[in-house]
Design a protein around this ligand. Structure first.
Ligand SMILES: Cc1cc2nc3c(=O)[nH]c(=O)nc-3n(C[C@H](O)[C@H](O)[C@H](O)COP(=O)(O)OP(=O)(O)OC[C@H]3O[C@@H](n4cnc5c(N)ncnc54)[C@H](O)[C@@H]3O)c2cc1C
Ligand code: SF4
Ligand code: SF4
Length: 410
């Protein structure tokens, strides 16, 4: 029987697992008009209608491939101070990868490809390669090449957003991959921003640096600590050479400094759009099944925000095992581990999808306009906030007059 393929699926997770499942290799991902990855089939007539691409697609399923239940949850941070300093929170992600590399696994992780201006999945087989996965890249990754190189006889730690991991779990089940050879790791996921925002942002930065970006890192603790670490660190321009990843362990973990530094608390434009939920994917607002304790992974990591570690400025990860296999691994990693109830580890994490905000479409339209800059998109936001403030003042004239009098006599 002829089964349908994924060609009618739009605004999906863009996880790319369908590209791996397709036996005749006719599926690839491209960016849709809103700047999110979506599958496409160039040569539809080569489709053999086996339906495998749909079988592995988590987007069209009602439930995650595996409804894992909590086994144990920890606060975790690396025993190596330099690793803790370099990673987004406490470096649990890196330490899990390092431990499993030592056990003969390869790590399917995400690095930033500065030449292509995108994050992408790849396979790390050494510590130097693993370093490229440290630090979250807060843009949607292009996963196709990473998936392609996974072979069913190898042993892998597979990392990604919860939706990428859920499709991969469906893939494992469908293809009967040996469970014992695969460890799946995801994170509490806020959502992914449009690549249009990243492209406009980097265009603006490159203009200021006078040349191409050679290195980007989204979280930096520098002088301001972990709680103010929504901070871009970027190298580029004439003075900067391409990063030599052969020396990456020393270069990155042992104190790399960047040229351009820009923090959310100082109004960084990319973070304002992303963390303000102004330019996330439709799938993140309307179709995410993976909030809080919903996961198909063995291990979930996070930033352990919340009261318990509010005075810690070095960075603390949360590490949650949803399977026994995940729990065995966490016990062995080179981290300080403190067991807490899940509610403590997950304090402050989203329990439901973010709300689609009224400006989202106008901001994306502005970002898609090649004659406009990132400043134009941000000014859509600023104008709206100014108007809202003025409307508030009109609604409360007495309060406004008092406010003005106070200002005059200050
Ligand atoms: C888009 C996105 C949204 C996130 N939302 C939240 C959130 O709401 N709450 C929260 O606590 N944490 C969130 N995180 C995770 C958080 O940023 C840290 O990864 C977590 O604190 C663990 O930090 P770490 O220091 O152990 O590891 P890190 O060094 O940050 O580990 C990074 C791991 O994430 C993978 N990774 C990096 N970038 C991407 C990407 N673009 N796509 C897929 N995988 C990637 C790497 O392969 C690596 O395994 C998010 C991460 C991303 C990429
Ligand atoms: S969600 Fe993933 S598997 Fe499903 S159609 Fe989109 S890219 Fe393909
Ligand atoms: S918020 Fe949900 S749908 Fe969006 S990238 Fe994260 S896991 Fe996927």
């Amino acid at each position: 029987m002829n089964k349908p393929n994924i060609s009618d699926i739009h605004n999906c997770y863009g996880c790319g697992v369908c590209t791996k499942a397709c036996p005749v290799h006719i599926i690839d991902l491209h960016l849709n008009t809103e700047g999110f990855y979506e599958p496409f089939i160039a040569e539809e007539d080569r489709c053999i209608h086996c339906g495998l691409c749909r079988d592995v697609c988590a987007y069209i399923k009602d439930e995650p491939a595996q409804n894992n239940a909590l086994v144990v949850s920890y606060a975790a941070w690396s025993n190596d101070e330099q690793v803790q300093k370099k990673c987004s929170s406490g470096g649990a992600g890196f330490e899990i990868g390092k431990y499993l590399l030592g056990k003969g696994y390869k790590v399917v992780g995400v690095r930033y490809n500065a030449e292509k201006g995108r994050a992408e999945h790849f396979i790390a087989s050494s510590l130097e390669e693993l370093v490229q996965t440290t630090g979250s890249k807060y843009i949607q990754s292009y996963p196709v090449d990473g998936w392609k190189d996974i072979d069913r006889n190898g042993k892998y730690l597979v990392t990604g957003t919860p939706c990428q991991i859920d499709s991969f779990r469906y893939y494992m089940k469908k293809m009967r991959l040996p469970e014992e050879n695969f460890i799946l790791l995801d994170f509490f996921c806020h959502g992914v921003p449009s690549m249009l925002a990243w492209q406009k942002y980097t265009k603006d930065v490159e203009k200021r640096l006078g040349g191409k970006i050679t290195y980007a890192s989204w979280r930096n603790k520098w002088d301001y600590g972990w709680h103010d670490s929504w901070a871009m660190g970027i190298d580029g321009g004439q003075q900067c050479k391409k990063v030599d990843w052969h020396e990456s362990y020393n270069l990155l973990i042992r104190g790399k400094k960047t040229f351009l530094q820009s923090r959310l608390s100082q109004g960084d434009k990319f973070f304002r759009l992303f963390l303000g939920d102004q330019c996330l994917g439709r799938q993140c607002y309307e179709h995410c099944k993976y909030k809080y304790d919903h996961s198909s992974a063995d291990i979930r990591i996070c930033d352990l925000w919340g009261k318990t570690y509010q005075d810690n400025e070095d960075g603390v990860s949360g590490a949650v095992a949803f399977t026994q296999k995940g729990a065995e691994i966490l016990k062995e990693i080179d981290c300080n581990l403190i067991e807490h109830p899940f509610s403590v580890v997950a304090e402050g994490q989203m329990k439901t999808c973010p709300k689609m905000l009224p400006l989202r479409d106008s901001i994306l339209t502005s970002l898609a306009d090649e004659n406009k800059t990132i400043d134009d998109a941000v000014s859509v936001l600023d104008t709206y906030h100014r108007r809202q403030r003025n409307i508030g003042r009109l609604k409360h004239p007495v309060r406004t007059v008092c406010h003005l009098v106070k200002r005059i006599f200050k």
